[in-house]
Design a protein around this ligand. Structure first.
Ligand code: CUA
Length: 187
């Protein structure tokens, strides 16, 4: 190879390297911009604050005792859903919520890591023992949505399914009049 050819190959290599470096800088800037956008809009986000629970005591006292699980209509018209995951079910196994309403789901795990995924939506969060997972959601379509556990949680994982039932807003308000926590278990 002549000196001139060697020089030429070095030029080509430098040009290719610069091109790839530019592409990766663009990719990194785009990812940072997307993360910032998603975080600002809370569409997908690391939680803004960390709340902890004691998984060995959640059944006994505090926010996640059984009588407090389910859906509740708040005074401002929003709905809060509280749920727990445990090997191998969700409580409540059927979550009832109204359509066209801001919903805050607060959930945790009583044992190992589980996941909540609501099919046909972008709702997908992990339930980690010791922490509260909070997820904002809103449904526009009435109907039943499957809610499989989406984190492998040992041998019963594939049988761990829940359901979300989205009902008409006024029907939900009617049911809520009776007070207590709503669910659709057994419906
Ligand atoms: Cu719970 Cu997989």
């Amino acid at each position: 190879m002549s000196a001139e050819e060697t020089h030429h190959s070095a030029d080509v290599a430098a040009r290719v390297e610069r091109r790839w470096a530019t592409i990766f800088v663009i990719v990194i800037v785009m990812m940072a911009a997307l993360a910032a956008f998603a975080g600002i809009h809370r569409a997908t986000m690391p939680q803004p604050r960390v709340e902890t629970t004691d998984p060995s005591r959640i059944h006994l006292s505090g926010e996640f005792v059984e009588s407090n699980l389910g859906s509740v209509l708040e005074a401002d018209g929003n709905v809060t859903v509280r749920a727990i995951g445990q090997q191998y079910s969700f409580t409540p196994a059927c979550i009832v919520v109204p359509a066209d309403t801001p919903i805050t789901m607060r959930a945790t795990s009583a044992d190992v890591v589980h996941g909540i995924l609501i099919q046909g939506t972008n709702i997908n969060t992990m339930l980690v023992p010791g922490y509260v997972s909070e997820q904002l959601m809103r449904f526009t379509r009435i109907g039943d949505y499957l809610m499989p556990c989406q984190e492998f949680c040992s041998f019963g994982h594939e049988g761990m399914w829940g359901k979300v039932k989205v009902i008409d807003k006024s029907e939900f308000a009617n049911r809520a009049k009776a007070g207590g926590r709503l669910s659709c278990v057994g419906e």
